[in-house]
Design a protein around this ligand. Structure first.
Ligand SMILES: Nc1nc2c(c(=O)[nH]1)N[C@H]1C(S)=C(S)[C@@H](COP(=O)(O)O)O[C@H]1N2
Ligand SMILES: [Mo]
Length: 340
């Protein structure tokens, strides 16, 4: 049984597949890298580019269930309604006039495959949801805080989570106003939960006494939505031919608000594991980067597998599961060819 995700990164990276015999490497590319790049990597074994800690806005993944709604900022209002003592209504001007709280948060789509591309990180700026809920006088008997959006999407989180202080009503992304494709004028950012809870094009925050079923829950997806621990090898690219005695292996790991304690690599199909160096935290809510200085034991094909352990000591699951219903699990493995 194949429990591994080989070369899953088709959307961004070149995939080299071994088509019977070491000499016959077939190639599938995405349109982005220029041919020169591909040839460089194929014939000179140049390292792939590592992932930027903060994703530029125009490279940040996008997954909305339909095209973004157009919101006229003069007509837009954000209201806080339901089980509150003092319902609130804010204009865009009133929202952005407040002091800005910034947080670096990684978002991951629940549809992301292990080692997939639907994960990105930004510095979000806005108002802590807790402040708005306290101003409105949130009734502690409320069960869910539901976020309604201009595209008729909605989802909710438990009141306790909403009051934790780290949930943002964000109106800025990496130093600029939220782009239309990422929730303008304002969106929710919930660290540690899959992206579906980070409702974009926000219009109303409604406190309700019952367990609200959001857009994705109605088709069977998890309501809790806590991200699964995941890790990915970014460098070298799966299928790369490497030359030389030493190679830097690099990648990232993510476990939401649990953080990452260790990242390990296996070169023997999981029989033994070696610790990678994990970089300092960017933020308690973001992915972490790791590296490993590898001296290949010899020529030929080598499989490299990665796993992370989260801040609670729980090792990433090696059980290959698809994204539905509560997020993919499994380990990322690449194969590289080492030549003398
Ligand atoms: N209003 C609205 N909010 C939404 C969605 C949507 O379709 N409509 N999609 C959700 C999902 S599934 C994800 S993964 C994130 C993606 O945010 P991004 O496109 O800024 O990466 O937005 C979430 N918020
Ligand atoms: Mo998503």
């Amino acid at each position: 049984m194949n429990r591994l995700m080989n070369g899953m990164r088709l959307s961004r990276r070149e995939l080299f597949a071994i088509a019977g015999g070491a000499a016959a490497w077939s190639i599938v590319t995405d349109p982005r890298p220029v041919l020169g790049n591909i040839l460089d990597r194929l014939f000179h074994g140049k390292p792939a580019v590592s992932t930027a800690p903060i994703t530029p806005n125009d490279e940040f993944y996008v997954t909305s269930y339909r095209s973004p709604p157009t919101v006229r900022v003069d007509d837009w209002r954000l209201s806080v309604t339901g089980l509150v003592e003092r319902p609130l209504t804010l204009t865009y001007g009133q929202l952005v006039a407040r002091p800005v709280t910034s947080e670096i948060v990684t978002l991951e789509c629940i549809g992301n495959m292990v080692a997939g591309e639907f994960i990105s990180t930004a510095e979000w700026g806005g108002v802590p949801l807790r402040d708005l809920l306290e101003e409105a006088g949130a009734d502690r008997q409320a069960y869910d805080v539901v976020f309604h959006a201009a595209d008729d999407y909605a989802d909710g989180i438990r009141l306790e989570r909403a009051l934790a202080g780290d949930v943002l009503v964000a109106h800025r992304m990496n130093g600029v106003a939220l782009p239309p494709g990422h929730g303008f004028p304002a969106r929710i950012i919930v660290p540690g939960l899959y992206g579906m809870k980070s409702v974009q094009w926000l219009t109303r925050i409604d406190l309700v006494a019952h367990d609200y079923r959001g857009y994705y829950q109605r088709s069977g997806w998890t309501d809790e939505a806590t991200v699964k621990t995941t890790s990915r090898i970014d460098v070298p690219v799966h299928g790369t031919t490497l030359r030389g005695a030493r190679h830097l292996i690099q990648g990232l790991a993510f476990a939401g608000t649990r953080g990452i304690r260790t990242v390990e690599l296996s070169f023997d199909e999981g029989a033994s594991w070696r610790a990678a160096d994990v970089e300092a935290l960017l933020s308690p809510f973001a992915w972490v980067f790791w590296r490993y200085d590898w001296r290949p034991p010899g020529r030929g094909l080598h499989a490299i597998r990665v796993r992370a352990t989260d801040g609670t000591g729980q090792v990433q699951s090696d059980d290959q599961q698809p994204p539905a219903p509560d997020g993919a699990t499994g380990l990322h493995e690449i194969t590289v060819k080492v030549e003398g």
